[in-house]
Write a protein that binds this ligand. Structure first.
Ligand code: B12
Ligand code: SF4
Length: 537
């Protein structure tokens, strides 16, 4: 039996402040699978465990005789994840340090050159790690899907073919929910909602409980679109050596099995979040109908609770009114859309391959059937203008006024593996930062943001950085709030909306200060409109 330990991404903040605030699903799926195959595999979420010092870390590895210790870096958390790799080697020198996931797959040079990671697993982790478990330390060159560090050289062992339908179903169904300490994540979300949970408003309490008691799973493997800022669509293609990956997903029956498995483990659950990039991609209406029928049947038979609700992510052009009505029947209560922008010029620039009209239609349809849309927004791309930014703010606020939620970024993150990372690399549009690897004296240069070319917009974004934390503190003081999780993709939709509204109001404030017309002139009307929405819902 081989012994594995996997660390989820490390924000290095208390969970209450974390952007992730949800279990690292990739390493949990991997660990469940390896365990099913007769191996030992533990998962540690370093934020959940509040790792802050070497001492906090040691107890998880020292004397535990792990053969492999793995990190799962994301671009945002990379330096912290590498810090964990160093500590793992320090306190468990006999273990082999490995890394996997999208960041390690695309940025293996960065990962290996700046840490003691010896092996990177590219693409989906299940097949290569199972082979690693069998091989131990010998004959690694024969295991496809690895990058091996050999002094200064990196040896690629060959492609890791994407999981096919059967394999995908096998690894997904193996998910052992009992090994995910959901109750501890729920406690973190609860702390944010204390006041609402104590309120006499029963409806509000019910809503907050729906947001707290959630579980997540991933029921389709892939997104075949080609947006320039995203790396999802290239993850499996790249690992499999350029083959075009096929979208595979669970059947309706398998889906129900998984929902029931989660419910049996955690009878408190009220919401299932489907983390697939695009829940409806490749799904025929018939399959959605079947899924809805199966869910309804299961609810009627008492296999899952009547009130169980669902959240999914989708492109705006993968849904229509008919589909939305079906989803509503199955109690889908929120759909998160990659809107990005309400400027057609910007949508074309980032190759979103859809139109503003389609986005508007889908948002209206979603609201009309009683599902809450969540808008994922990016305010600028390299060729953006003030129009792109403020048009997008205006339409987003319009939908928040009608009940939508939204999370927004000012700039694009140059994610390794995305097309925009390649086309802007080394240019003066990219902001690099020398980051320190915690628990070490090492630093490295990390690309963090892609700025627009427009000098006015650039100045506004820089000024925004200088004042945004103050604006958040002022907001929290005024509303007597303990804390506001850091950025936009929090598990809690209220926190997300508040962040977004504070950000939008701050941008209008700057438009006024910088005399950016016509937006500066609109600020006195727009700021109260935006701020007024913070206490709604
Ligand atoms: C759900 C999700 C979230 C959730 C996370 C909830 C959670 N804790 O799981 C939320 C909404 C919080 C979130 C937030 C963000 N996310 Co996100 N998210 C996703 C999404 C859609 C699915 C992740 C998932 O569950 N996958 C399913 C599991 C089963 O697969 P997996 O994680 O890839 O793991 C497999 C392999 O990668 C591998 N593997 C992974 N780790 C390891 C480690 C080892 C040692 C080994 C051997 C193998 C291995 O094995 C696993 C099993 O096969 C992905 C896109 C995607 N399709 O993956 C983006 C993605 C991970 N997110 C991304 C980003 C950028 C963000 C945000 C910055 C927001 C944003 N701007 O989009 C924040 C930042 C979070 C942070 N603090 O770092 C990027 C990360 C790219 C990168 N290079 O880092 C992705 C890839 C999307 C993209 N744009 O390309 N995200
Ligand atoms: S942004 Fe969404 S639609 Fe575009 S490639 Fe990524 S996952 Fe697919």
């Amino acid at each position: 039996m081989t012994r594995f330990l996997f660390f989820g991404p490390f924000e290095s903040k208390n969970l209450d402040w974390s952007n992730f605030s949800a279990p690292p699903l990739g390493v949990h799926r991997l660990a469940s699978y390896l365990k099913n195959q007769g191996h030992h595999a533990d998962v540690i979420d370093p934020d959940l465990e509040k790792i802050a010092t070497e001492r906090d870390f040691r107890i998880f590895v020292e004397g535990k005789r792990y053969d492999f210790i793995g990190i799962s870096p994301t671009h945002i958390t990379l330096e912290n994840d590498l810090g964990l790799a160093y500590l793992a080697k320090k306190y468990s020198p006999e273990s082999t340090i490995i890394a996997g996931g999208p960041e390690a797959t695309f940025a293996y040079d960065l990962v290996m050159d700046n840490s003691c990671v010896e092996i990177v697993v590219i693409g989906e982790g299940e097949k290569p790690t199972l082979e690693l478990a069998r091989a131990g330390r010998v004959g690694l060159e024969k295991i496809p899907g690895l990058i091996l560090k050999d002094k200064e050289r990196k040896i690629k062992t060959g492609p890791n073919k994407a999981l096919n339908n059967e394999e995908f179903a096998e690894v997904t169904m193996a998910m052992d929910f009992s090994r995910i300490p959901y109750d501890r994540y729920w406690d973190a979300t609860k702390r944010f909602y204390m006041a609402d949970l104590e309120s006499s408003n029963l409806q509000l309490r019910a809503r907050r409980n729906q947001e707290i008691y959630t579980v997540r799973f991933f029921q389709a493997n892939y997104c075949p679109y080609n947006c320039t800022f995203c790396s999802s669509h290239r993850f499996q293609d790249n690992a499999s050596g350029g083959d075009k990956t096929k979208v595979v997903s669970l059947t309706g029956e398998q889906f129900i099995y998984l929902v029931k498995k989660a419910y049996d483990t955690y009878p408190q659950i009220q919401t299932v979040i489907l983390q697939d990039d695009n829940f409806m991609v490749g799904l025929k209406n018939k399959k959605i109908e079947r899924l809805v029928d199966l869910l309804t049947e299961e609810k009627q038979q008492g296999g899952i609770p009547m009130g169980l609700s669902f959240i999914a992510q989708s492109r705006v052009d993968n849904v229509n009114l008919e589909r939305l009505n079906l989803l509503r029947r199955a109690n889908f209560r929120l759909i998160s859309y990659g809107i990005e922008s309400f400027s057609q010029r910007m949508l074309d620039e980032i190759c979103k391959e859809t139109t503003v009209e389609r986005a508007e239609q889908t948002l209206q349809d979603t609201l009309s059937v009683g599902i809450r849309p969540y808008l994922n927004i990016i305010l600028t791309a390299p060729n953006s203008t003030f129009y792109d930014m403020f048009q997008t703010i205006d339409r987003t606020v319009h939908y928040i006024e009608r009940g939508a939620e939204a999370g927004s970024y000012n700039t694009i993150i140059p994610l390794p593996g995305s097309r925009i990372e390649v086309t802007t690399r080394g240019s003066d549009l990219v902001e690099y930062r020398e980051v320190k690897i915690p628990f070490t004296d090492y630093t490295f240069k990390k690309a963090e943001r892609i700025f627009p070319k427009d000098s006015g917009l650039r100045e506004m974004i820089h000024r925004f950085d200088e004042i945004i934390e103050d604006r958040k503190s002022e907001f929290m003081d005024t509303h007597k709030m303990g804390h506001l999780p850091k950025i936009s993709q929090s598990a809690s939709s209220k926190a997300t909306r508040l962040n977004t509204l504070i950000r939008f109001a701050t941008l209008y404030e700057l438009a006024k200060e910088m005399n950016v017309q016509p937006y500066g002139g609109m600020a006195d009307g727009e700021i109260p409109r935006i701020q007024g929405l913070s206490s709604k819902f």
